[in-house]
Write a protein that binds this ligand. Sequence first.
Ligand code: KG4
Ligand code: ZN
Length: 355
Amino acid sequence: MSYIDDAKRKFDALKDKKDVIILSIESSCDETACAVVKNGREVLSNVVASQIEIHKLYGGVVPEVASRNHILAISECYEKALKEANITQDSLDAIAVTYGAGLMGALLVGINFAKSVAYALNVPLIAVSHVHGHISANYISHQDLTPPFVCLMVSGGHTALLNVEDYCKIKMIGSTVDDSVGECFDKVARVLGLSYPGGPNIDRLAKLGKNNIKFNYHLPLKDTFNFSFSGLKTAVINYVHNIQQKGEEVCTEDVACSFQELVTDELTEKAVKLLEENNAKKLVVAGGVGANSRLREKLELACKKIGVDVYLPVLKYCTDNAAMIGSMAYYYMKNGIGLADLTLTAKPNVDITIG
Ligand code: KG4
Ligand code: ZN
C-alpha cells in the first residue's frame, strides 16, 4: 500500500481512537517549535527555540536568516519534544505542521521535516493553518472552552474578528485593510528606538506614561468590523519626527501610552459591537498582541459590563508555539480535514474562513 493510502486509512481510524497523540511542528516566522499534544487539550511537551535575539540585530525578522536558523534548530527541537513528553516515536499517531500563513522559506523547513518524519514513521501528516492554531491556543489554556464564540484575532500577521461557530466552522466578519495590529506595534516601537519585537516594549513603557498626546489622525472605518492601522502608524511616526526636528525630547512613555490607548480602544469597541450584535456569550482572544496587558484589562472590563465571559490565552501560548498547532490538528482530524500528502507545500497566505 502506498504511503498516502495507508495514511488515509489511519487518519480516518483516528476519529474513533480513544487517545490521539500528535507531534506538531511550527516554523512560520522566527520561532522553531515542536510539541506533543494528547486529544487536542493536554500538552505533553512544548519546546520553542526562539530566534528573537538573532533578529534583534536587524530590528526585525530577516526571512533568509530565519530559514537557516530553523534548519539548525529543528532536529534538536523534535528530539526535545519527544523527551519532555516522555514518549518514543512509536507512540505518535500523526504529525502536524503549519503550512501557512507565514514566511515561505521558514515554513518550508518545518514542512519538509514533518513530511520526512511522517513518511519514516508511516503516520498521517496534518497540514494546519497558523491562524487557526492561534485560536486553538485557547483550547489548551481553558479546558472548559468550546465553540461557539466570537474571536478577536490579534497577531503579528493578522487582525480580525471571527465568528467561531464550531471547531472547524470559522467565519471572518472583519479584518484589517492594511497593517496588522502587531505590525503597527512593532513599527511604532522602532521609531521610538525600542528593540524588536516592539509590542512587549510598548506595553512595558506605556505603564510609565500618560495618555496625553493627540495624534493628527481620525480612526477610519468607524461603522464596520474592519480595521485600519497604517494611518495611525504614520501619525505616530510623523509626531515623533516633528518633535525630533524641533530638537526637542520625545517622551517615549507618553507616546507609547497614547498610542496603545487608541489601539486597544479600537479593538475593544469593535469586539464588543460584534458580541452585542451576535448576542454572544463568549469572547476568545488569539495571537501575540493578546499578551498586551492593557488590551487584556480593557476586554475583561468591557465584557464584564455586558455579561460576556472572556477567554485569554495563557501568555506562553499567545505568541508562536507548536502546542496550538497540535491542538488544532486534533480538531481538523475529528472533522476529517487537513490530511496532506508528500506534495504539501507552504502558503504565505491562507483563508481564515472554513466550514
Ligand atoms: O502571533 P504572533 O506571535 O506572531 C504572528 O503570528 O504574527 O504575534 C507577534 C506579535 C508581534 O508583533 C509582537 O510585537 C506582538 O505580537 N506582541 C505584543 C505583545 N507581545 C507580543 N504586542 C503588544 N503587547 C504585547 N505585550
Ligand atoms: Zn503567530
